[in-house]
Design a protein around this ligand. Structure first.
Ligand SMILES: O=C(O)CCC(=O)C(=O)O
Ligand SMILES: [Fe+2]
Length: 289
């Protein structure tokens, strides 16, 4: 097995991994994932069971809801697909067409996700990833000071109809299950210890700011963080599996002609931890008593 950096240190290609991997091979992959938030496994031949087993070695798996989008018999596998069989959709269509991290709208967002390509369109359907460590480091001092110690509000209920206009509206019961959550804008990564900007498309405001001010800051940060210099574009090959780190990278699916072509992918989702603020207010580290 070989690990080759693809775009500076942000992404890396993993070539020659065979599953199940032995302990020492897996340890190298795990260490590589801390250095490279995006790991692209090439030509990985996996059954659904093997996909689940490999993913589980990175952490407990999250079962996506509603269950209707998961692979029958394999609730750990979320189906991202425009394929229909017998008039029935096999998975969720147009998932993730917009910059986000998985689970950012939950109190405990997902640490990682591993998406596996089983059928690809001849054109379009790339996935973009943005490096939120680099985006954080590139912010000017004024903006860093502005977001220091602050949390953003992520709201599925306010923005569902904006991001998923083709899906049914949330019912009152759905809304109760998806209360707004608040996460630090400067997030400390639990493994690397580095600071990443934490923002995404469900963010809608910032604590301590008026609605208008907060929305403007969210928009600025969101646009800034996906500037081309921070982005890796993944052009899928069949049997690629991409493991991304939702704690320090955003991603965005790009369109393809889904009336004409099929794109069929399976995803596992790894449970995470409650996001931790990277910095506290200036001087507080000195205030020991
Ligand atoms: O289909 C893609 O390229 C990514 C979709 C997405 O956002 C996800 O699976 O989390
Ligand atoms: Fe996603």
């Amino acid at each position: 097995m070989e690990i080759r950096p693809l775009q500076r240190q942000f992404a890396a290609e993993v070539v020659g991994l065979e599953v199940p991997a032995d302990e020492s091979t897996f340890a190298s992959v795990e260490a590589a994932w801390t250095r490279h938030p995006i790991l692209v496994f090439r030509d990985l031949k996996m059954t659904p069971e093997q996909h689940i087993a490999l993913s589980r070695r990175f952490g407990e798996l999250h079962i996506m809801e509603p269950l209707q989008y998961n692979l029958p018999g394999y609730p750990e596998l979320f189906v991202v697909s425009n394929v229909e069989e017998g008039g029935k959709a096999l998975g969720m269509k147009r998932a993730g067409w917009g910059w986000h991290t998985d689970g950012e709208d939950k109190a405990i967002p997902n640490a990682g996700s591993m998406l596996y390509a089983l059928e690809l369109p001849p054109e379009g359907g790339d996935t973009l990833f943005s490096d939120m460590y680099s985006a954080y480091e590139a912010l000017d001092e004024k903006t860093k000071n502005l977001i220091r110690g602050k949390r953003a509000c992520f709201s599925r209920t306010r923005l569902h109809h904006v991001h998923y206009p083709h899906l049914p509206a949330l019912t009152e019961e759905d809304k109760l299950k998806k209360p707004d959550v608040w996460h630090p804008l400067e997030r400390r990564h639990p493994k690397s210890g580095r600071t990443a900007l934490y923002i995404g498309r469900w963010a809608c405001g910032v604590e301590g700011m008026s609605e208008v001010e907060g929305a403007a800051l969210v928009q600025y940060l969101q646009e800034f963080s996906v500037r081309p210099e921070f982005v890796y574009r993944h052009r899928w090959r069949l049997h690629d599996a991409v493991l991304w780190d939702n704690r320090c990278a955003q991603h965005c699916a790009t369109p393809f002609d889904d009336a004409r072509y099929r794109r069929h992918m399976l995803r596992t989702t790894i449970e995470g931890d409650k996001p931790v603020m990277a910095t506290t207010s200036p001087g507080s580290s000195l205030a020991t008593h």
